[in-house]
Ligand binder design. Sequence first.
Ligand SMILES: [Ca+2]
Ligand SMILES: [Ca+2]
Length: 254
Amino acid sequence: MARRKTYSLVALVIAAAIIVVYFVVSLRSASRTGDVTTESEVTSTSPAAPSATTSITFPPPKGSAAGASKDRAWQTLQEYLTRARAHDIAGLKELSYQQSAACADPEKKEACFGLMDDVVELGKLMKENDYVHVWEDGKQIILATAPVRNDSGGSPAVFRGFIYFVKGPSNVLKILYFDPAQGWFYTGGQTDPDFVNRRLNSMVLDTDQDGLTDEQELCTGSYLNESDCTHTDQAVRDTDGDGWWDGVEFYFKK
Ligand SMILES: [Ca+2]
Ligand SMILES: [Ca+2]
């Protein structure tokens, strides 16, 4: 008898913590449940920085770039955070690829300051040495941490930090998006450690290293909500050939 699975998707936006002042940060959560489903997963983003509790094996990085690119990108982030701390709206705009509605409207200045304060707090969670992956070409840079296993939230989970930069005119870097701890949670019923480990590995796998997981590109696993997934090629960074990587385009304002 064929198993029938039912899926429900829950999209959530956590307003308070993860809003970067001049670009849109959206938090996505999806869950899969069903009467005969043996596994369910939640993908979301957490503002809390995890600490490593269990080792997990991931594919070796490829394309790690020279330290100079990372240094420049990191310095851009630090300057961005400095300007956020100073509530420097004009200064922050210079380093932002996209502008939030609140910060574009002078009448919403206080709301913009609140977003800046959130950004500053998120920035405190980010440590340069953790960002061991540098993916770069002529239009963009992504800094990423290694995936880190952390089950302290009650479910087996793996976290990864990302910072997305876009190269502007004269090669000036602008920040598109960052998240110090994007998280993938396994909430299924399997308890076999090898199974859970393999599942977490597959959930966080980003074959083409464009900043989107394979499952998010393929709209599989917990990525069944069309607004959360991309239907792009998990083996090609720039599926549509316009120069922007799939993971970068995902964070452009829609
Ligand atoms: Ca990818
Ligand atoms: Ca593209």
